[in-house]
Design a protein around this ligand. Structure first.
Ligand SMILES: Nc1nc2c(ncn2[C@@H]2O[C@H](COP(=O)(O)OP(=O)(O)O)[C@@H](O)[C@H]2O)c(=O)[nH]1
Ligand SMILES: [Mg+2]
Length: 461
């Protein structure tokens, strides 16, 4: 029976560990708030099971990974709050590596919130952003690159970004980094062996062997560095801007591409004032599609502001779709679009055709014609704009920074080896490279960086 008693263990008495880590028990809703069939609440920490026992009107079996249907009651008056499933994961075989209890309650705004309040009354405290993942990291359940992959997976806006995150979550990037790191450690062993035999001099065979090993390590790291632009694009998306004169049909095309009537469409020139943004998935890439106000000369104050905004959008564009019912190639866009991918689209093809021009993309929203062809062209533009990569992908600026540092140290070692520098100097630089690689997976990362990474996670993850 649940006992309406005082807190099991006040969190103020919790032991404080490294980087804000405390051995207290935390709780949060793991599913998004709001109306829904089921909400999952997660409790992690030493008091997870005793708290769950207090919540349940009947005794829990205590068996692991076994869902038990129970009546959940409030701490004070044992008021019935819900009928829910309780699953216990015993440390260390849980997401966080601690004792974890997951409660699947009914969804909505009230039921999960009332149960969470009861759980805090019983001694748990509300978890901060990313706190479950931070505990998983601190308990060695995943490394930093995997934690970043997890966050990327949750925030993915397209198939390719989800796929890359999944690869890294299963340790693809970690294995690459560790393989290079191990080869460098092997190199250090060779150097130490050399030091045993001679004070300073490295014999020719060893020099050659070391240069070969260094070249291989540098090449592998550079291959990873090359994936960074792709990683950035699938994370941040591609900005595709719709531009052209007023009434060209930009907002109509915007609505057709996003699949619903988001932008206002009228035959009055200057209907669109603010730029509108919507995310779409084009061939697995996250595309931020932007509808802008028409570009024209003069106009009143509001129109001038609108045009300034359109020009600012053009400056931020990756790809520009220029629409015009007459001659899209004649639309003046410079200088904002200099060097960008520009696609010209003859709109309102139902009204008139450009005679003798097969190479121009045409579209008619009225006849629902040409949209597939336009998307094919957009896919082709995306593919030529984005360098393609598979496998391990560099997923953050932090990871790229670690790689760049490692490559820089190893290039230095190569030069010093060729210049015949003493070997103890070489080993120092190799150790720095090893450290830079270890930072990527979180082995030597500073507390501040770790805190920052996890604070970007959502609450409940
Ligand atoms: N005939 C025809 N009219 C269109 C087409 N696309 C848009 N329009 C019309 O052109 C006018 C301006 O469209 P809108 O999308 O607001 O253009 P915007 O000012 O460039 O955003 C509206 O009356 C639309 O119904 C099309 O493909 N064919
Ligand atoms: Mg418009």
């Amino acid at each position: 029976m649940a006992q309406p008693t005082e807190k099991i263990r006040p969190s103020s008495q919790a032991e404080k560990g490294p980087i804000g880590y405390s051995a207290d028990t935390i709780v949060a809703q793991a599913t998004p708030p709001g109306r829904g069939g089921v909400a999952v609440l997660r409790i992690s920490g030493p008091q997870a099971l005793p708290i769950a026992q207090r919540l349940s009107k009947t005794p829990l079996s205590g068996s692991q990974r076994h869902a038990q249907l129970v009546e959940i009651v409030s701490a004070k008056e044992e008021q019935l709050l819900d009928k829910a499933l309780i699953t216990y994961y015993k440390a260390p075989a849980s997401f966080t590596g601690e004792d974890v209890v997951e409660i699947s309650t009914h969804g909505g705004h009230v039921t999960p919130a009332r149960i969470i309040r009861t759980i805090t009354e019983l001694g748990a405290r509300l978890a901060g952003p990313g706190e479950f993942s931070l505990r998983a990291f601190l308990n060695g359940k995943m490394n930093l690159a995997e934690a970043e992959a997890l966050n990327q997976m949750i925030s993915s806006l397209s198939r390719r970004s989800q796929a890359a995150a999944t690869e890294n979550l299963t340790g693809r990037l970690t294995r690459e980094i560790e393989a290079v790191r191990d080869s460098l450690i092997e190199l250090l062993t060779i150097i130490e062996h050399e030091l045993d035999f001679s004070e300073d001099e490295i014999d020719l065979t060893s020099t050659q062997e070391m240069s070969r090993a260094l070249n291989t390590a540098i090449a592998r790291l550079q291959h990873l560095q090359d994936t960074a632009p792709y990683g950035r694009i699938i994370r941040d998306g591609v900005r595709v801007i719709l531009a052209g004169p007023p009434n060209a049909g930009k907002s109509s095309l915007f609505n057709a591409l996003i699949g619903h009537e988001r932008a206002i469409v009228t035959d009055i020139p200057g209907t669109t004032r603010d730029s509108l943004e919507a995310w779409i998935d084009v061939d697995g890439f996250p595309v931020c599609l932007v509808d802008t106000a028409g570009l024209c000369e003069g106009g009143n104050t509001i129109e001038q502001i609108s045009i300034t905004r359109s020009r600012q959008q053009l400056a931020r564009a990756d790809i520009v779709l220029v629409l015009d019912p007459d001659n899209p190639e004649a639309v003046k866009l410079e200088p904002e679009t200099g060097g960008k991918t520009v696609m010209h689209i003859k709109s309102k093809a139902d009204e008139s055709a450009i005679s003798g021009r097969k190479d121009i993309i045409t579209s008619s929203i009225m006849r629902e014609d040409g949209l597939d062809n336009l998307i094919e062209h957009l896919k082709a533009a995306l593919h030529s704009y984005i360098p393609q990569h598979e496998g391990a992908i560099i997923a953050s600026e932090r990871q790229l920074h670690g790689l760049t540092a490692a490559v820089k140290y190893l290039e230095g070692v190569k030069e010093q080896l060729q210049a015949g520098q003493p070997i103890d100097i070489l080993s120092g630089e190799i150790r720095l490279a090893v450290n830079s690689l270890a930072e990527i997976i979180g082995e030597t990362t500073s507390e501040e960086v770790i805190q920052r990474i996890f604070s970007e996670f959502c609450v409940g993850k």
